[in-house]
Design a protein around this ligand. Structure first.
Ligand code: KIV
Ligand code: ZN
Length: 499
């Protein structure tokens, strides 16, 4: 009989804590709702004790999500566990996820604790977590570099104290798939009651083996996998959710297991995360990269035209890539647009649909045909509510390679129209300088990227800006337009509005 593999998603905790991937509360909630649609079993919503903002986002996600377990991370200390429980207790299915390091190197240099002290701490803290919450996951940080006999001692202490899930992390991405296979098999055959707990793995990708190690662990009997959308995470990232799931799906002959993931939501989850964080998806990224289903060579194209399975081991439809089955244009009505949104998997409120329809009409005026990819970009994360105190009205630029660029930008700031002009190193720089002279912002531009959403001369351009606050944190802004200067202005303003 096929075994169910539970998917524990840590995009909002291990993923979010990686550089350039921070999200605000609204963005985390939007991502959590998408993870629920995707069908993950557990959402690790954050590390509640880390800051009041982290606590608030874990609590709000716990309140919002109904179908997944919601977990908060906590070190094996009382204060962390209390705070984690406070944040998740409103969830339909709450979980406390507590951890302590078990490798010699971590115990000696980081914890400055003896192995006996670590075992005692596990007993004390897992019991304490269990007194608050029925579902307790215990992680042995740096498990793959820990002494195996000691790991079993620690895990047995966790089981005796009430842990429901034992997690075996390859914290530094050091293990090979063979080693993870052996480690999971060893733990499974040496702990006291393996049938009473889920065995979980959490593999980092430092040597590019995160997914391979996770799959090897499943073969050895792991029943929960910890992963992130797009593989974001500390350093080189975590094992990527979409790669693990599509391996299990495509090679079910090999793994004899299944997940609850709705694979048709994969593409949208991946796009939403990339849009929110402003971290682009590399074109050759398995499953979700722009080239993952592109066939360039004539021989391949010929084969795919005759029968897609000649060169496609999975179909783009199976992960929910829009197929442009129906093209909309400026004569398309609201009903056709709404229908398309439903087919693409969006559930928007009537107000959000009305706003998106206005943007669609605007675009259809500039572009001959509006494709599914355009609609997806248009809707994207636009429904993440950020108060728009600065609104773009219009701009003019004068530029050339023999004159300095001059831009005039007109904005509405808190309801008052204001206009300013500035010179810059190029038209976009001049626009940004004009905006700076109007809007009192303490953000500084850190990174700027531009890409086209679709092909063709009237393609929609997408600009992502990353701006730094005084405290070093990053705000991401996104702008879309068939005009790249306008897209740049919109991205800049979207970041300024987030503050
Ligand atoms: O990588 C790691 O070991 C972790 C644990 C806290 C589970 O993220
Ligand atoms: Zn980790």
């Amino acid at each position: 009989m096929a075994t169910q593999i539970k998917v524990f998603d840590t995009t909002l905790r291990d993923g979010e804590q990686s550089p350039g991937c921070s999200m605000n509360l609204q963005e985390k909630i939007e991502m959590a709702k998408q993870l629920e649609r995707l069908g993950v079993d557990v959402i690790e919503a954050g590390f509640a004790v880390a800051s009041p903002e982290d606590f608030e986002s874990v609590r709000t996600i716990a309140e919002t999500v109904k179908n997944c377990t919601v977990a908060s991370l906590a070190r094996a200390v009382k204060g962390d566990i209390e705070r984690a429980y406070e944040a998740v207790k409103v969830a339909a299915k709450p979980r406390i996820h507590t951890f302590i390091a078990t490798s010699d190197i971590h115990m000696q240099y980081k914890l400055k604790m003896t192995p006996d002290e670590v075992v005692d701490r596990v007993t004390e803290m897992v019991s304490y977590a269990k007194s608050l919450c029925d579902d307790v996951e215990f992680s042995a940080e740096d498990a793959s570099r820990s002494n195996r006999e000691f790991l079993v001692r620690v895990f047995n202490a966790a089981i005796t104290s009430g842990a429901t899930v034992l997690n075996i992390p390859d914290t530094v991405g050091y293990a090979t798939p063979d080693e993870m296979y052996e480690l999971v098999s060893y733990i499974k055959s040496h702990i006291i009651t393996p049938e009473k707990v889920d065995l979980s793995v959490h593999c980092h990708n430092d040597l590019g083996l995160g997914v391979a190690c996770t799959l090897a662990s499943i073969k050895a009997g792991a029943t929960q996998v910890e992963c992130t959308v797009n593989g974001i995470g500390e350093r080189a990232g975590n094992a990527s959710l979409e790669e693990i799931v599509m391996n299990l799906h495509t090679r079910s002959d090999l793994y004899n297991s299944y997940t609850n993931i709705d694979t048709k939501q994969i593409y949208r989850s991946s796009k939403l995360l990339s849009t929110i964080t402003g971290v682009p998806i590399p074109p050759n990224k398995p499953i979700i990269g722009a080239n993952a289903f592109a066939h360039e060579s004539g021989i391949h194209q010929h084969g795919v035209l005759n029968n897609p399975t000649t060169y496609e081991i999975m179909s783009p439809e199976s992960i929910g890539i829009p197929q442009n089955k129906m093209v909309l244009g400026k004569h398309s009505g609201k009903h056709a647009f709404e229908d398309r949104l439903v087919t693409l998997g969006y559930t928007l409120t009537p107000e959000e649909i009305a706003e998106a329809f206005t943007r669609f009409k605007d675009l259809a005026d500039k572009k001959k045909t509006v494709t599914d990819r355009d609609i997806e970009a248009l809707v994207g994360n636009a429904h993440i509510d950020v108060p728009q105190s600065i609104i773009y009205l219009n701009y003019h630029v004068q530029t050339g390679n023999t004159i300095s660029a001059v831009a005039a930008v007109k904005l509405s700031i808190d309801g008052e129209e204001k206009e300013s002009s500035a010179m810059g190193g190029g038209p976009i720089d001049a626009c940004f300088k004009a905006i700076d002279s109007l809007a009192d912002s303490r953000l500084t531009l850190d990174n700027y990227t531009i890409q086209s959403v679709t092909e063709g001369e009237d393609a929609l351009g997408e600009v992502i800006v990353k701006m730094k606050r005084d405290d070093g944190s990053i705000v991401t802004g996104r702008g879309l337009s068939t005009d790249i200067i306008e897209a740049s202005i919109k991205a800049y303003l979207s970041a300024l509005n987030k503050g």
